[in-house]
Design a protein around this ligand. Structure first.
Ligand SMILES: [Fe+2]
Length: 155
């Protein structure tokens, strides 16, 4: 990352995302720690329970475990910032969908907070993209990566 202000912005968002993961994990733990076997069966939580009891295991609602393959780092700042912005919108949509199902205010309120933060992250990634584009040679936006292609466009 050649630009200090973008580097700081990325570090801020990355740190906050780890805190969000902690919040989601705490919500899940609080929702499941005292479930009876009957409640586990009735809620459809039984397959998860067999594999993980009530331990926190990062898995999508569809059952796909989290994997590093979800990180879509391409090594090109323009590409990666667009991917980051798309990821924030996908997270917001997921929170929207959770809010369609959840009626417990102790779940809804933190999810609403996290949803708002995804919107802020989207905007901040947009700032990073603007800063980056302002500093790049506009003729080279998609042709050269200034980190690697030191002589881009020159012989
Ligand atoms: Fe985010």
């Amino acid at each position: 990352m050649p630009y200090g202000e973008v580097k700081g912005l990325l570090t801020d968002i990355g740190t906050e995302e780890l805190a969000h993961f902690e919040m989601i994990s705490a919500i899940l733990y609080q929702l499941t720690k005292d479930l009876s076997i009957e409640e586990i069966k009735a809620s459809g939580f039984d397959t998860y329970f067999v594999d993980h009891t009530t331990g926190i295991y990062p898995v999508a609602a569809s059952g796909t475990p989290f994997t590093a393959a979800y990180f879509q780092s391409k090594g090109d700042i323009i590409t990666d910032l667009h991917e980051d912005m798309a990821a924030e919108q996908k997270a917001r949509t997921t929170y929207d969908n959770i809010l369609r199902f959840a009626d417990d205010p102790d779940v809804r309120d933190p999810i609403k907070f996290l949803r708002e933060r995804e919107i802020v992250h989207y905007q901040r990634f947009g700032e990073a993209l603007r800063i980056t584009q302002d500093k790049l040679d506009s003729k080279n936006f998609y042709a050269c990566n200034p980190v690697f292609d030191k002589k881009c466009g020159r012989k």
